[in-house]
Write a protein that binds this ligand. Structure first.
Ligand SMILES: NC(=O)c1ccc[n+]([C@@H]2O[C@H](COP(=O)([O-])OP(=O)(O)OC[C@H]3O[C@@H](n4cnc5c(N)ncnc54)[C@H](OP(=O)(O)O)[C@@H]3O)[C@@H](O)[C@H]2O)c1
Length: 329
């Protein structure tokens, strides 16, 4: 049986995407084959599509770090043909062919059984971005209460950022988001943020050891200089979570003073190797108490042929919100 997949080919130092026909026998080893119905677009997919060797070492390759669908065949008796399942993280879409193909073959240990109150489409509306956001907020709310003050979200118009705004608003926090333009500002206010700052307005140019105490908590999705500003502008006892590096991998102008004089905390978030027990707990929250009533608002649904245009938009900061991929057969 043939199926369709995006393959990124390395040709003379260029990375060329093509839609090709493949067979299940072509897929990497694994004990479960899944017919993928939905995937989603994450920043890591955009990097994999454009040949970033930090994400994908070997080409040709099929990106897609998220996949939701039904079990097609299984050598593990815990999974039955037709069962609805999804996967986020591990090596999917990095060096194991991912959800931008209509079938995947993976180790059963990566699979999450779909919780009762969540559809496969909803699982991919969350996807890695929503799951990472939930892991971040899970940590933040252990330390910061809504009455402690506003929460800032950087990269707020993106996948992780926009989910974070939705969750925080639902949990009763005042949220301010960093966004780049007026269209993104409107989008964020529509999600319930009380205000926005542009990247420039949030940027610190003083390089002071500590800045005015402004934020009770910060969900940082971009790293680099904004993360440095974030740490230095937290209120006493505040917390910042860090998950991304779109603004850079280094944290310049950092020093120990916010930590030793204000007791602030910096918490790292990893969704890729997150242990199964915590995964199941967080996905159960996403299916129930944290589930937004308008989960589909602002979601862009595309087919395989359209996803590469969205990759381009994502890498050029033109994307607003979350893109999900629906396979057509
Ligand atoms: N640790 C983990 O497990 C994990 C999981 C998922 C994602 N991540 C990482 O988290 C980050 C965000 O992922 P995502 O899927 O939400 O990406 P995304 O949808 O592309 O969102 C990133 C947002 O950051 C802003 N941005 C882009 N370039 C920037 C820059 N140079 N400086 C400041 N802001 C910038 C953009 O908004 P504006 O243009 O409006 O500023 C964009 O909407 C990525 O680095 C990703 O790899 C990590």
């Amino acid at each position: 049986m043939n199926f369709k997949a995006i393959r990124i080919f390395e040709e003379d130092g260029q990375y060329i995407p093509k839609i090709v026909e493949r067979k299940i026998e072509d897929l990497p080893k694994g004990d479960v084959v899944i017919k993928v119905l939905y995937s989603s677009l994450n920043y890591k997919d955009a990097l994999s599509c454009t040949g970033n060797k930090g994400v994908t070492r070997n080409f040709p390759h099929t990106p897609g770090i998220d996949a939701a669908g039904v079990v097609y065949s299984s050598e593990n008796t815990d999974f039955k043909a037709g069962e609805e399942v999804f996967i986020t993280g591990y090596d999917l879409g990095m060096n194991t062919d991912g959800g931008f193909g209509e079938y995947i073959r993976i180790p059963s240990s990566w699979i999450i059984k779909k919780p009762k109150n969540l559809s496969l489409k909803e699982a991919m509306i969350y996807g890695t971005a929503g799951f990472t956001s939930a892991l971040s907020i899970y940590e933040l709310i252990l330390i910061v209460d809504p009455e402690d003050g506003p929460i800032l979200v950087t990269g707020a118009s993106g996948g992780v950022g926009s989910h974070s705004v939705k969750f925080l608003v639902k949990l009763g926090y005042e949220v301010v988001g960093v966004v780049e333009n007026e269209e993104k500002r409107k989008f964020l206010l529509g999600l319930g943020a009380s205000d926005t700052l542009t990247r420039d307005e949030f940027k610190d140019t003083t390089n002071k050891a500590m800045l005015k105490q402004t934020w009770a908590g910060i969900i940082d999705t971009v790293g680099g200089d904004p993360l440095s500003t974030a740490i230095r502008s937290l209120k006493y006892g505040g917390v910042v979570t860090t998950c991304g590096n779109v603004a850079g991998g280094n944290i310049d102008h950092m020093n120990v003073y916010p930590f030793i004089l204000r007791g602030v905390r910096l918490i790292g978030i990893d969704s890729v190797q997150c242990p199964k027990e915590k995964r199941n707990e967080v996905w159960s929250m996403l299916a129930n108490s944290w589930k937004a009533s308008q989960l589909e608002d602002g979601i862009i649904e595309v087919q395989l042929e359209e996803i590469l245009e969205k990759v381009h938009d994502m890498l050029n900061s033109r994307l607003i919100g979350r893109v999900i991929l629906k396979h057509s057969r």
